[in-house]
Design a protein around this ligand. Structure first.
Ligand SMILES: Nc1ncnc2c1ncn2[C@@H]1O[C@H](COP(=O)(O)OP(=O)(O)OP(=O)(O)O)[C@@H](O)[C@H]1O
Ligand SMILES: *[C@@H]1O[C@H](CO)[C@@H](O)[C@H](O)[C@H]1NC(C)=O
Ligand SMILES: *[C@@H]1O[C@H](CO)[C@@H](O)[C@H](O)[C@H]1NC(C)=O
Ligand SMILES: *[C@@H]1O[C@H](CO)[C@@H](O)[C@H](O)[C@H]1NC(C)=O
Ligand SMILES: [Mg+2]
Length: 585
């Protein structure tokens, strides 16, 4: 490219637009001028500076407010302003999609966009509705973010929040939808990783008088918080963060008493993880040590009966056509069941909190329009990649596919149709990879099939299936190697009914409510995000294994939550408009 173009703030201005030119341009801007933002049409490219830049103050928000995108330096605020302006001017709802690999800065960017809206859309009558919208962030970070080896603040769930405006374009509320929390983290973390921040916040505050009844201790003392063998994050003070979490809960109208119930349930999970299960000599049964204090705390905190719990942690019911009998569990089975219960409790609590945040942000006045912000977990690959990475990366492949299909496939078809001179761009089409996962007899189907057929030998068969799968073209396209061990267990996600029944009978209303059955719960739960589906979904497997995790992911990302994908479509509609200028350049 001619020198004069190097350092351009819009990549589409480059005469030669290919990867080296793009990278060179971004590098020059970042290294020579400390500019982390660059446009590519209406897409904003952000580089994570990993240091606090003085470019997010209120005065900067005001400087961007009301300006045209092209007149100002590229900035997340310029994108937010553009969305706000188009919502008001064109009377169209807007969405901002933040994408990038884990640690790229998605959540930070999403928060700045939300701050921009809170500032320019501040309302005159209900002064703190925008504060409430922002207050959802620290709560969701506390319960849904954790330290991974890639990011100290890694989001372990996907989030789509719609900020709702009145006809005067003031914020009047918001609603949020979450996708696929990484439940396994509650009971397991790899080296140098942590469980969800909230657990460390509670442990660091164990000595508070109002927390005495939780019988907490240092996070090092709990199995579920110490598996990563390092409970600290540099520069983070967990006790101080808890103060912020509590303030945010209060701002959202969650009363002290309900906050206390939330913390109690969280503490009970930590105690559950410390319940010692002792193998009996026969190898087929187990028991819980006499006077296990952690079991006592668990039962006390949840208001459930100790003898019952003790019994059903080590036994299960087996029903045949004619009779029901009781079976002992091996210590390994009991441990798995204990962990499954802990994950289940956490997931239910997470959903309950999201529901409450939504209630607090609900508006009674008429919704005129909205701006949505989508922040999902980024694509990730670790040394060992398991079912969680598989699901996360599948979601990212789906996003990428939509992007490809609209930016490249359809756009180029359009040009051909209109006979605009244009050389076809060869792009990486990830369709085979997606087919491999979600098509009939793809990985998700096979997993569900294995879960149904195989009660115990799952691991072995999965390994066989996957080695034949490896031959399939799509599998290589992942460029991530997945460890099959545990796939089936995680997909099946069994929790024993007897244990749940005990929790349902809790003397505490909130605990009892948490475990009431929902009909086909999470997957088909109606959502306020209401967008019509665009294309037919892959066949949904029959009822028996409807509730596997894989099934839910597929439902989320294929069928009713075409939601998520339709968002991308809406967004890309806009690109089409702006991209119409490209060929003439
Ligand atoms: N604009 C920025 N200015 C300063 N630091 C930033 C910025 N964006 C990101 N960071 C730093 O990078 C870290 C990771 O960013 P963030 O948590 O937003 O990543 P992410 O893309 O959401 O990752 P994940 O997919 O794991 O959730 C932040 O904690 C922060 O330290
Ligand atoms: C990371 O998360 C903690 C909450 O646990 C929060 O206090 C902190 O500000 C976050 N960091 C960034 C850069 O967002
Ligand atoms: C507290 O929780 C109870 C039980 O779920 C609920 O009925 C009540 O509305 C909650 N109150 C607040 C302020 O969140
Ligand atoms: C925008 O969304 C609101 C719901 O929040 C809806 O009532 C309205 O009709 C939508 N506007 C357009 C132009 O689709
Ligand atoms: Mg994030």
């Amino acid at each position: 490219n001619p020198d004069i173009l190097v350092g351009e703030n819009d990549l589409t201005a480059l005469s030669y637009l290919h990867e080296p030119a793009v990278l060179h341009n971004l590098r020059v801007r970042f290294l020579e001028s400390n500019h982390i933002y660059t446009y590519c049409g209406i897409v904003l490219v952000a580089i994570n500076p990993y240091e606090q830049l003085q470019i997010y103050g209120e005065e900067v928000i005001n400087a961007y407010s009301g300006q045209n995108m092209g007149d100002m330096d590229p900035h997340i605020f310029a994108v937010a302003e553009e969305a706000y302006k188009q919502m008001a001017r064109d009377e169209r709802n807007q969405s901002i999609i933040v994408s990038g690999e884990s640690g790229a800065g998605k959540t930070v960017s999403a928060k700045y966009a939300m701050r921009f809206f809170a500032t320019v859309g501040g309302s005159s009558n209900d002064a703190n509705v925008e504060e409430k919208v922002l207050a959802s962030n620290p709560i969701m970070e506390a319960i849904g973010n954790a330290k991974t080896t890639r990011n100290d603040n890694s989001s372990r769930f996907g989030k789509y929040i719609q900020i709702v405006f009145s006809k005067h374009y003031h914020i009047i509320g918001a609603n949020m939808r979450t996708y696929l929390l990484e439940k396994s983290r509650v009971v397991f973390q790899a080296e140098e990783e942590r469980n969800y921040h909230i657990f460390y916040q509670l442990c660091a505050s164990a000595s508070l008088p109002e927390f005495k009844e939780f019988s907490l201790n240092s996070a090092e003392e709990f199995h579920y918080t110490s598996l990563g063998e390092n409970i600290f994050i540099e520069g983070v003070n967990d006790a101080e963060d808890l103060v912020k979490t509590r303030e945010a809960f209060s701002l959202l109208g969650v009363k002290e008493s309900n906050q206390s119930s939330i913390f109690k349930i969280l503490a009970s999970i930590l105690h559950l993880g410390n319940v010692a299960i002792v193998a009996e000599r026969d190898g087929e049964s187990c028991r819980i040590a006499r006077n296990d204090v952690h079991l006592q705390h668990f039962c006390r905190l949840l208001g459930v009966e100790l003898q019952q719990m003790e019994h059903w942690l080590c036994h299960r019911k087996l029903a045949t056509a004619s009779e029901t009998f009781m079976k002992t569990m091996s210590s390994k089975q009991a441990l798995n069941a204990r962990d499954a219960l802990a994950k289940h409790i956490y997931a239910r609590l997470f959903d309950w909190i999201v529901e409450h945040i939504n209630k607090a942000l609900q508006t009674s006045s008429k919704q005129h329009s909205f701006i949505g912000v989508l922040d999902i977990y980024g694509f990730e690959t670790f040394e060992v990649n398991s079912f969680e990475q598989f699901c996360i990366n599948y979601a990212n492949e789906k996003l990428q596919q939509q992007f490809n299909s609209h930016v490249f496939k359809l756009e180029q078809e359009e040009y051909m149709k209109e006979q605009i001179p244009w050389t076809l761009i060869d792009f990486y089409d990830n369709q085979p990879c997606i087919d491999l996962i979600e098509a009939r007899l793809g990985i998700l189907d096979l997993l569900d099939e294995e879960c149904k057929v195989n009660q115990n030998l799952g691991l072995v068969t999965m390994e066989t299936s996957s080695s034949s799968l490896a031959l399939h073209q799509g599998f290589l396209l992942f460029q991530v190697e997945y460890q099959c061990e545990g796939f089936l267990e995680k997909n099946r996600d069994t929790v024993y009914e007897e244990q749940i029944n005990i929790l349902k009978a809790s003397q505490f209303q909130l605990v009892a409510n948490l475990f009431q059955d929902k009909d086909d719960a999470s997957s088909s739960k109606s959502s306020k995000v209401n967008i019509r589906p665009l294309k037919t979904a892959p066949k949904v497997p029959n009822k028996e294994h409807r509730k596997t995790v894989g099934h839910q992911v597929r439902v989320w990302f294929c069928r009713d939550s075409l939601n998520l994908l339709v968002l991308v479509l809406i967004f890309l509609e806009t690109i089409r408009i702006s991209a119409a200028g490209y060929p003439s350049r």
